[in-house]
Design a protein. Sequence first.
Length: 80
Amino acid sequence: MLLIFNFNAWHDVVEFTLPSWGDNDQSWTLMIDTNLSEEEQRKDDQKFSIGQVYGPTGCSFLLFKLTKCLTAAGGTRFRL
């Protein structure tokens, strides 16, 4: 499992690009963003593409997990 811990100690947004790792059939899942409410963090759409830019707000903490996509027969995609 690959994780990214991001601490933004600056008082304003500091953008960063989510890196690639291994094959291209992966995405990043946002697990924690201290600027979001608990309800916002529970949303299923917290997936981000490799190379996508994310802008954490000032004085915040982020945790991303690398998620691998598997394609089953018939084209159904699953995330691990």
